[in-house]
Design a protein around this ligand. Sequence first.
Ligand code: MG
Length: 251
Amino acid sequence: MLYNLVSASSNFRLMSNAALFLPMDSDATAEDFHFVFLARYVYFCDMKIILVGMNYALHNKEMGRETNNSEPIVFMKPDTAFLKNGRPFFIPDFTEELQYETEIIVRIERLGKNIEERFAGRYYNHATVGIDFTARDLQRQLRSEGMPWEISKSFDYSAAVGDFVRLDEIGGEIQNLSFRLDINGHTVQSGNTADMTFSVNSIIAYASRFFTLRMGDLIFTGTPAGVGPVKKGDSLEGYIGDRKLLDIKIK
Ligand code: MG
């Protein structure tokens, strides 16, 4: 399959870009969409990863912030931050304090710009759980200097992404998903999307004012309270409800 994709490279960008404009109610089959996702993930790797910080009041408190922000705090990770489920995560040498942040992720499935919140639900149909790996010591240091903290968040393989499931397979309510992270068999962090400060739809509306959203783009929706350290040898398992969707070993 991969070999065929690569050997078809001359027409590939054209085909994948054309497919981006397929409306969801066209005659496109599931295979067509799968093809486009493969094109974006595997070959061009040009999806972007949009993340929201400080989106759960209790987490804001543990980070020392008493007030909630009035608009979502949005930042990005490049495609090189993408860590596929099942691949190991290697702790980078520039941090002594690597932390997990367990987050619900949605996958954008239509092209959109300036999306109205009331229509934002049409732009995603799948969700999963993932980890926004953070070099906390580096972030703290950069923050205290008033510098951008991008390198503490957006380094290679810092965005671990579980296997996506259709929303209707996990209850259908994006704002009522229970999720958790187990490390070495013990639950270390859990949350429910009902506790978000900014809903997924309002995040999509806000982010799409600044960034065109394209098929395959991912949105990490923030972490609940309970972030903590990971160390070499840990085994991380992420769940939505009782469904295990993420399994990452730390090396
Ligand atoms: Mg986060």
